[in-house]
Design a protein around this ligand. Sequence first.
Ligand SMILES: C[S@@+](CC[C@H](N)C(=O)[O-])C[C@H]1O[C@@H](n2cnc3c(N)ncnc32)[C@H](O)[C@@H]1O
Ligand code: SF4
Ligand code: SF4
Length: 358
Amino acid sequence: MTGLKNYLKDPFLKSMYEEIREAGPIRSISVDITHKCNLRCQGCYFFAEGMERAGKNGDEATFDGFIARELERGTNFVTIVGGEPGLVPDRLRKLHANFRVNVASNGLIPIPLEGLESMPIGVAVWGDHATDAQLRGDGSQDYFSQAMSHYRDDPRAFWYYTVAPGCAHEIESVVGQCVALGQPVLFNYYSDIEERGGVLGYRQGFEQVRAEIDRMIEHYPEWIFTTRYFNDVVTSGRLFDQHWGYEVCTNLSNNYTENLDRLAHGAPGNPHFRAYNADFSSTRRCCTGTERDCASCFDTWEHFSWIMVHMRKHLGSQRDFTHWMTTMYVFYLVNRLVDFDEGMKRLPEIHSRLAAIA
Ligand SMILES: C[S@@+](CC[C@H](N)C(=O)[O-])C[C@H]1O[C@@H](n2cnc3c(N)ncnc32)[C@H](O)[C@@H]1O
Ligand code: SF4
Ligand code: SF4
């Protein structure tokens, strides 16, 4: 740990490190808060993998029992997905009252403020207006505009922008619109689970998307959560000697039979993690899959976890440690586990330091 001591002589790194330590370790799970959804986005992993059938809505008593069991197990952070969480605000309130949370929403059913004042909401957008309308619907409804009007002036919202490999040219316009609302952007990378190909196909690579995201970071350092390092790890699929996939994946349900051998004998993971279906008791392989080919997986949250559990790999140099520390910090910031307003002020320096060591 001598390296660590040296790295922490840098006051910027030290202050981030201390804030994270103060916030404490995360013991996370994900849960499908409902199996129902008002949309059928193209290639949505939830429906592509038949997860809506894997666990149908548990009733309220089952949901309450699930919360009690997870509290007992020591869970302190819940990523809320589905289905569409906006359909079940009372369940959101219950989770929010018991855990630190992050919710993903398609933005079309406004999530009420009451009882949910400090809940981070990742509002989905999949491209500029026409592309978003096409990918998340039949092209006739401008979902991006609807989500913008629902979350305008809502301090809980950030834009969770899923970009397909062939849609890099839209990034500037989408980000410009989010920033004009005074709201930050976290990028996600489209996973073409169903091999739809065309602009969605991952085999063409994310090179243009990566370059365009880097350009947005330079242009709007105060508003972009995604860092250059993170962007590089996801789009290259490389972390030191590891290549992204099931064998190194860190977000595998720890009680799912098919994972047990991998977890006992393979690369280290997140030992607490479970991805719960909407029956609130059964789990699946990982949050975004049951059977899918991991080659199509570019999910942002899973990649955060990959970097975060590998602190040791990042202790070889100040540069590597800066990569790890800033990734940790941004995760805590997006999820409001550290002071959000103070953290937002740090974003430009995070980006400028990463640019200097790129
Ligand atoms: C399954 S959705 C559930 C929450 C909510 N219905 C929504 O759309 O935000 C969770 C997140 O996964 C993203 N997502 C779904 N399918 C995806 C795919 N094939 N590739 C990348 N992201 C995907 C959605 O955009 C959303 O941000
Ligand atoms: S709104 Fe969310 S859950 Fe529904 S289809 Fe789209 S991505 Fe999937
Ligand atoms: S699809 Fe699931 S198991 Fe495969 S790499 Fe992604 S998160 Fe891990």
